[in-house]
Write a protein that binds this ligand. Structure first.
Ligand code: SF4
Length: 408
């Protein structure tokens, strides 16, 4: 296909596709899907080889947010029965982080619900970052605390943070439809503050909220312009108790096209499959590794992911390898652009402030998504793509904020 040859050549040159080309990727037919994956896979392998970076989420403060992001189970008025707790202490957070690192994660993403941190909150998170780095100096830390005020990014950087995550989530045109308590411009401002402070910027999107192809292309092009080091791609988990609970639009094929389009537009950036991987890609997850070079290990903020062991098995079975602590994630030119420090030059971070994530296997030690219903003893599994798969969504009940061991 001429389109795909053009996109591969542009991706290898770090050249942007046109909007029309990006839209054409989203409009490809199922018959062409493997060609699309193979083409975007060439770009992925050129810049990132067969490495998969593992990131681990620690939800420092869960629920009770005054903001009204419609996709978020932690929002104002959410009826979702998620864990709700206030700030973890530094030693509790570093213990949770250590479990992720022991499971193979090289980056820990410290996330807290809320509009943005107070200066006291920045102190708390700074203490937590120090506690994590005291245990393991090599671990990368990304903070995801909402909108930043002047000077806060610098303070996090001084405390040892490597990166800051704040997602654009959707196009500027539709932003007001999903959130009314802050603006798209507020979000852009925070990503710019992180950049300016020398933090590696991480900013991504959520697909599946009823947006059009044009909206998806808009947000990915806006992200390219913001130039983050990493772009998490979330697939909406329509959690019961949130306004978007009935928005089941995604199919595994659609998710693969979205990831391929993101790879073509952001060829040399860490593209991470974030929340919704198990729920929407389901048994197609291994194919998505040909497009993204990064995933979250284990659970998400408020929902459970498949067992960490299943993540590792999937990577190995698909012929990929977990990126080691000593390996630099980003291509050389991006590291050099960021001042030459491999660690600070790298992307990644939290999937989504408020997420996000869900799970196939609700049980400890469970296996891949597809087997979860059988484990639960449920009989029929909906076989029609695009049908609601509430059977694959499980609220997180283990790890941070509980007495149970984390999934890592
Ligand atoms: S995404 Fe963040 S700011 Fe928005 S409701 Fe959720 S926790 Fe609050």
């Amino acid at each position: 296909m001429d389109l795909l040859n053009t996109l591969v050549n542009k991706g290898l040159r770090r050249e942007s596709p046109t909007r029309e080309e990006a839209l054409a990727v989203l409009a490809t037919s199922d018959d062409d899907l493997l060609d699309v994956v193979a083409a975007a896979g060439k770009v992925r392998r050129h810049w990132f080889g067969r490495r998969v970076k593992l990131n681990y989420l620690v939800n420092l403060k869960s629920g009770l947010c005054p903001e009204d992001c419609s996709y978020c189970s932690q929002r104002l008025g959410s009826k979702a029965e998620i864990l709700k707790y206030t700030w973890l202490k530094p030693d509790q957070a570093s213990q949770a982080a250590a479990a992720g690192v022991a499971g193979g994660a090289k980056r820990v993403c410290l996330v807290a619900s809320g509009r943005g941190p107070t200066d006291r909150d920045v102190d708390r998170v700074s203490d937590t970052i120090k506690a994590i780095k005291e245990q393991n100096e090599a671990v990368e830390v990304c903070a995801c605390l909402g909108l930043l005020s002047d000077g806060q990014a610098e303070r996090l950087r001084e405390a040892g943070a490597d990166a800051y995550n704040h997602n654009l989530n959707t196009s500027e045109a539709t932003y007001g439809d999903i959130t009314t308590t802050h603006t798209y411009a507020d979000r852009v401002d925070t990503v710019n503050k992180a950049h300016a402070a020398g933090l590696s910027a991480c900013s991504g999107l959520i697909a599946g909220m009823g947006e059009s192809d044009e909206d998806l292309v808009d947000v990915v092009f806006s992200l390219r312009e913001l130039d983050p080091d990493s772009v998490p791609v979330n697939f909406l988990i329509p959690m019961e108790g949130t306004p978007l609970a009935k928005e089941w639009h995604l199919t595994p094929q659609r998710c693969l096209r979205i990831l391929a389009m993101t790879r073509f537009v952001c060829p040399d950036v860490e593209v991470r499959i974030a929340g919704g991987r198990e729920v929407h890609l389901r048994t197609m997850q291994p194919l998505a590794l040909h497009l993204a070079n990064s995933i979250f290990l284990g659970d998400y903020l408020t929902s459970e992911g498949q067992a960490g062991r299943a993540d590792l098995e999937m990577i190995a079975d698909a012929g990929f390898e977990v990126e080691g602590a000593g390996e630099v994630t980003l291509p050389e030119h991006r590291v050099a652009d960021r001042g030459g420090c491999g660690s600070h030059g790298e992307g990644a971070g939290c999937g989504s402030h408020g997420e996000g994530g869900g799970c196939g296997s609700a049980h400890e030690g469970g296996s891949l998504c597809g087997s979860a219903p059988a484990e639960k003893g449920a009989g029929a599994v909906p076989a029609v793509a695009g049908e609601p798969r509430t059977d694959l969504v499980a609220v997180r009940r283990r790890g941070a904020g509980t007495d149970l061991a984390p999934n890592a």
